[in-house]
Design a protein around this ligand. Structure first.
Ligand code: FAD
Ligand code: SF4
Length: 325
């Protein structure tokens, strides 16, 4: 690990100023992802600005019936928050399926959104990787691609985003709140992650601070999150599905689907949603919707299995939600 300076920001404006002014500075929150990367020298900030104790640690009910989640809210606190458990249950389930109790006690909302890919080559500085070292190539193409994306991958990078929390936030229409040197702005989660340039995981500029995530009021439709992985705990998703479904008179009245482990971002399954609107609430409809979504998939030889896995998981989740109604 290279030597670095450490300071703690007292205000969001101070934090933004300190990092914006220094290209070698970085925010640190729980440190559960960044410190690992510093040990591997994948990340080499010269200055760390600690944002974990900024006054961004609350979950607040908003006037429109939604919630505003501060960037410093710990993953464990968010998962247990009464408003989240009762109104956004898939978010609670997604958070509790991630990492371990100890890690969730440290990990924050902002840091979780910005955790980096678990692609093995990204963590191995002896191999080419466009995300870690732009222009060197992508070792996952033609290499180990079990974890890789099946949607919207590029010839430069096929990495997936590993956050469970982000998938549930995408389901509920989360909007990321950001403060930068030029002021504040809001970015819908669906537009937050980018893959045009593999070295930039998101549309954030250097020095932009995530201050929170706003969730609109829940639709009232039952929702859930299911994560499929190699072992039952302490493993990242091979595939995950967050879905909400409302059935009326035996037909699908309202449906939303977000998938994890399949793209560089939480993947909103717009084709499946479209196929389901007004369709009979049956396993046949759910399978057909999964097939409609998977028509856009472009897997590699090493992750072709994700097609079947996603089809089965999506069908099972939607069937479970409709059986409850
Ligand atoms: C063994 C292990 C298993 C894990 N398993 C899972 C899992 O199954 N599912 C899952 O989703 N996650 C998993 N994780 C990842 C974990 O959830 C993340 O490490 C954690 O959420 C990161 O949050 P943090 O606050 O510690 O971020 P940090 O490590 O402090 O920061 C991460 C990044 O975010 C930036 N940052 C932090 N806060 C802000 C802010 N407010 N504004 C702008 N930039 C900011 C930092 O500069 C850094 O680039 C696992 C981690 C480990 C180590
Ligand atoms: S998939 Fe992305 S992160 Fe993985 S080796 Fe290729 S460029 Fe690097």
């Amino acid at each position: 690990m290279i030597p670095f300076a450490y300071s703690r920001a007292d205000t969001t404006a101070d934090a933004v100023r300190a990092v914006s002014a220094d290209p070698d500075a970085a925010f640190i929150a729980g440190g559960t992802n960044l410190v690992d990367h510093m040990r591997l020298e994948i990340a080499t900030p010269r200055t760390l600005v600690d944002v974990s104790r900024l006054p961004l640690g609350d979950v607040i009910d908003t006037a429109d019936g939604g919630v505003a989640i501060g960037a410093s809210v710990r993953n464990s606190d968010l998962a247990e928050h009464p408003a989240v458990r009762s109104r956004y249950p898939a978010l609670s389930t997604a958070l509790l399926s991630g990492a371990s109790g100890q890690l969730r006690n440290l990990a924050t909302t902002g840091g979780n959104l910005l955790q980096r890919t678990r692609c093995p080559y990204f963590h191995d500085p002896t191999t080419p990787c466009n995300k870690r070292e732009p222009g060197t190539g992508c070792s996952a193409l033609g290499g180990y691609a079990r974890d890789a994306a099946i949607f919207a991958a590029t010839p430069d990078c096929v990495a997936t985003h590993p956050s469970d929390m982000a998938v549930a936030l995408a389901l509920y229409g989360g909007v990321v709140q950001v403060l930068g040197a030029a002021g504040d702005r809001e970015i819908p989660l669906n537009e937050f992650y980018a893959n045009e340039d593999p070295s930039h995981d998101t549309v954030l500029a250097h020095g932009e601070l995530i201050t929170g995530v706003r969730l609109p009021p829940p639709t009232g439709a039952p929702s859930t999150y299911r994560k499929v992985r190699d072992r039952e705990s302490y493993a990242f998703a091979l595939v995950s599905v967050a879905a909400s479904l409302r059935v009326d008179g035996g037909h699908v009245a309202d449906v939303r689907i977000a998938c994890g482990g399949v793209a560089h971002k939480p993947w909103r399954a717009a084709r499946a949603e479209e196929a389901l609107r007004g369709a009979p609430a049956s396993a046949a409809s759910y399978e057909a919707a999964a097939d409609a979504e998977l028509a856009a998939a472009d897997p590699l030889p090493g992750n072709e299995f994700k097609r079947r896995l996603l089809r089965g998981t999506l069908t099972a989740v939607l069937s479970e939600l409709s059986e409850e109604q």
